[in-house]
Design a binder for this molecule. Sequence first.
Ligand SMILES: Nc1ncnc2c1ncn2[C@@H]1O[C@H](COP(=O)(O)OP(=O)(O)OP(=O)(O)O)[C@@H](O)[C@H]1O
Ligand SMILES: [Mg+2]
Length: 407
Amino acid sequence: MQIQPGDVIGSYQIYSEIGRGGRTVVYQVSQRTTGRWVALKVLRKQDPRALEEFRREAEFTANLGHGSVRQVYDAGQTPDGYPFLAMQFVDTSLRQLLRARQEQGRTFSQQEVARTLGPVADVLDHVHGMGIVHLDIKPENIFIFRDGQVVLGDFGSARQIGGATHEGTPRYLSPEQAAGDRLVSAQSDVYSLAVVAYEMLTGQLPFGGELDIVLVRQHLEATPRPLRQANPHLPRELEKVIGNALSKDPRQRPASARAFVERVRTARSRAVSGRRKGLGRGLLIPAIVVPLVLFLGIALIALPILKTTPTPTNTPTATSLPTSTTRPTLTPSPAPTQTLAPTATPRPTSTPKPPPPTQPPTSASSARGRYAAIEHPATATLHRFTSAFPANETAPRSPAQGDTYVQ
Ligand SMILES: Nc1ncnc2c1ncn2[C@@H]1O[C@H](COP(=O)(O)OP(=O)(O)OP(=O)(O)O)[C@@H](O)[C@H]1O
Ligand SMILES: [Mg+2]
């Protein structure tokens, strides 16, 4: 396959090469009929079956009806028989942003992770609600427009929930995919999303090793490196959240992708309020004990004096002492209420997701409601799409070319 800048394939004119996947080359092209930029993913093999897969992927994606999905316009083949997929061109991918951060020696903040992965989680919850699992969540398939809008791409590995497959990318593979004979579910995508979050937060992957076979084994058997070993500045609670989403047992992972991202977003504040709560309790005991001891001490001193001078003029002095000692006892009492309040009151109100500026117009929940009533065309497409893939047919793919990750 020889494709050069300036070449014309159908209505697309090649401008430059963007990148390469395991089986593909992606080009930035201009669509001559509209003048818009398009990304053309061309398979490096003349494979009529792959053309059929691309067609199904195009049909499926076009019918997904979610604003945070990278659009697919068309599928076809070059004059010499190489299948291609024409897609919405997106300025950059999360992989490129990760590389840039790494060059600067920086990682992503918790809030940046939540903002970036929030729309991805929305798409995942949307497709999971349709009974579909993506199975190839990784930075190369998460795209970011210049204005910050995030879209998820590549449904080429998608399957129906409940099947079994080896398909996926070794670095981000859930244990179910690594095993190949276990059922995949929404939690398989949650696992891969957690690997991406780990990488954004630390600049490293939860498992070392470069060889696919080693990575696959580790996802299957090894304990991931604790998050704070890779970045000690992160809150302890976040380490728990990520560790939990990386559980080998899918039932231990968060119930949904959105729930996972929400936990990532709020982990730090919970940790802070937890400390405050502890501090409040810690202060409560001295607040009661210290005035009590003071009161007893003063009473012990005052008692003999009162006994020796039984004149009524001294009585107010004696009575005023307990009053002054009781004041400290009373003063701290509102303190625990104040310190506990932030944990109890604002937490639930602040937790619900603020709609990111990039929020798509279609909400997952309303869409899911529709699917409950009538079968969405995308579901029908996927039924055909997935039935073409027998379970366990594919060995894990090698990492994409040009995807060398420096740990
Ligand atoms: N629509 C697009 N706009 C801009 N860049 C894209 C687009 N689609 C793909 N790319 C980039 O092109 C490169 C190759 O993508 P491709 O999907 O072919 O492979 P991959 O996702 O890296 O790996 P795999 O072979 O596992 O699918 C990636 O770096 C990807 O981020
Ligand atoms: Mg891809």
